[in-house]
Design a protein around this ligand. Structure first.
Ligand SMILES: [Fe+2]
Length: 240
């Protein structure tokens, strides 16, 4: 049996529940000291190095590094596999994020109808990294979390995921500057606009993205199955 009792500071999480539920125009919260210190230090010390095992994704709307968990499908649905290239603690966290307890706690925290873990992957950013403001808008049963593992972030510096009220960086409502054992969580909606400002300094923004979502055996993922969506789109492609 795995012991998951010393991983997450659930008291700290639940302290922000009211805040999350009442924030406007989208539901979001920022949680500091998310992990218990000892467990966090072990995750921090074994966060994977940016190397050939990562994909450097450079498109018009973003520049970042992505590292999928072993066995993840092409479009990011994480499976039950362990990732033997990563430390025991990262594998323990991944196992915990797949449990009913983990999902139920975030369901209680948010009142969102999440059922299980959809995404669990590393997102890194180095000098020149950014992501334009965007919105997913796939439904209310999706919780997106960005967990941070970068020490000594300077107050006011760009690079972390912000929440904005419009598709424009001048409308940023919240941008975190403590990226050392912290979590930004938001619930998807048409108003859940987010992005990351251009990272000018030669620093590494180390993050993990976790997505929890609604799911049922009959209907699958509430926000859609990315593999199926992409397959459908390619079928419907009309040449212009
Ligand atoms: Fe996004």
């Amino acid at each position: 049996m795995n012991d998951f009792s010393n991983i997450i500071n659930w008291d700290n999480v639940f302290k922000q529940s009211e805040n999350f539920k009442t924030n406007q125009p989208c539901k979001f919260a920022f949680i500091e000291n998310f992990f218990h210190e000892d467990f966090y230090n072990k995750l921090y010390n074994s966060y994977p190095k940016f190397d050939d095992s990562w994909d450097h994704i450079v498109t018009y709307d973003k520049n970042h590094w992505s590292k999928k968990w072993a066995g993840t499908t092409t479009h990011g649905i994480v499976q039950d596999d362990d990732d033997n290239s990563l430390s025991h603690e990262w594998n323990t966290l991944k196992k915990y994020a797949s449990t009913k307890e983990f999902t139920e706690n975030f369901k209680k925290f948010s009142n969102a109808s999440v059922e299980k873990l959809k995404h669990f992957h590393f997102i890194g950013m180095s000098q020149g990294g950014f992501q334009l403001p965007h919105v997913h808008n796939v439904g209310p049963s999706t919780l997106v979390m960005m967990l941070y593992f970068s020490k000594n972030w300077t107050k006011g510096d760009p690079g972390a995921t912000y929440i904005a009220s419009d598709l424009d960086e001048s409308s940023i409502l919240f941008e975190p500057y403590n990226l050392d054992n912290t979590l930004v969580i938001f619930q998807d909606s048409q108003y859940a606009i987010h992005g990351a400002r251009y990272l000018e300094k030669d620093v590494k923004r180390k993050a993990l993205q976790i997505t929890l979502e609604g799911w049922s055996p009959e209907l699958g993922w509430s926000g859609g199955d990315p593999d199926k969506i992409i397959e459908e789109r390619s079928k419907n492609l009309v040449e212009l």
